[in-house]
Ligand binder design. Structure first.
Ligand code: NAP
Length: 249
């Protein structure tokens, strides 16, 4: 019997959860537990880490999981590495539902950087007004450039004091719109953006708004993850699941 573990935390994972529920496929949805009120899913849901590769491998065996779909964010590389290793050890087929990275269009002013430290280094020495659109987990790295004003957009209000002295915090959950992001950038007189190359449509609005306003974007490249079967759409994942289930995999 097919029994899926769906590693979530993205809009695409929620779309796949709907498709699995509608098709009546048995599946467990998994959240890391980073947000206070995660989006409700139409599947049985668990929250929290598994306890590394060994913990995930035990979970796969105990729950009788037959397939794993990694639909985590492209920057959740730790989870993706663990999933690849645990599936390998437990001999369970794995695929990823992954958004295509964004490509620059005419008029975009993008500076590509490999990681967070390089994004920090790419900020100027002179005070600037920066939309730091990278979530909450890696803000500490920007503390070495306290001269900038930072606009943060977070899902939940910060629980601890922020490591940056001059911030404005916008509490919001995507997807975002071009009009909304244009208004936000103008309201805060932002002159540059730091973003992760997440891909997809829901977070793209800020890049389109930056182009419209002629702002520079410091775009962080995706971290490396192990090679695995990758699909860009929910339909392809559903095909893969039904195909491998028919083959008795
Ligand atoms: N990184 C981003 O920019 C970003 C943006 C939007 C959404 N998200 C979502 O936020 C979550 C955490 O991202 P992250 O970058 O912190 O991940 P990460 O650094 O790759 O993962 C760190 C640890 O968190 C646990 N974890 C991550 N995703 C999990 C999941 N779906 N279910 C159960 N445990 C999970 C695992 O703990 P154990 O080792 O204990 O199993 C993992 O080793 C992911 O679900 C991701 O899709 C991340």
């Amino acid at each position: 019997m097919t029994r899926i573990l769906l590693l979530g935390g993205t809009t695409e994972a929620s779309q796949l959860a709907r498709a699995l529920a509608e098709a009546g496929v048995e599946a467990i949805f998994s959240y890391a537990g980073r947000t206070a009120q995660p989006v409700e899913q139409p599947l049985p849901t668990r929250v929290g880490g598994f306890g590394g590769v060994a913990g995930l491998e035990s979970f796969l065996r105990e729950e009788g999981i037959t397939h794993v779909v990694d639909a985590t964010h492209p920057f959740a590389a730790g989870m993706s590495r663990n999933a690849a290793e645990a599936c390998d050890a437990a001999n369970i087929p794995l695929c990823a539902l992954e958004r295509t990275p964004w490509q620059a269009r005419p008029g975009d002013d993008w500076c590509h950087v490999p990681d967070i430290p390089a994004a920090v280094a790419a900020l100027p020495e002179a005070p600037a007004r920066v939309f730091l659109a990278i979530g909450k987990q890696t803000l500490d790295a920007f503390a070495v450039k306290p001269q900038h004003h930072y606009l943060l957009r977070l899902v939940d209000p910060p629980e601890a004091p922020l490591p940056l002295p001059d911030t404005a915090v916008e509490i919001a959950r995507g997807p975002f719109t071009l009009d909304g992001d244009l208004a936000l950038l103008r309201q805060h007189a932002i002159d540059r953006i730091v973003a992760k190359n997440a891909g997809g449509t829901g977070a793209r609005a800020k890049l389109d708004a930056a182009r419209a306003l002629g702002l520079r974007v410091i775009l962080i490249d995706r971290p490396e993850v192990p090679a695995r079967q990758v699909f860009a759409t929910v339909a392809e994942v559903m095909d893969w699941l039904s195909h491998s289930a028919r083959l008795g995999v």
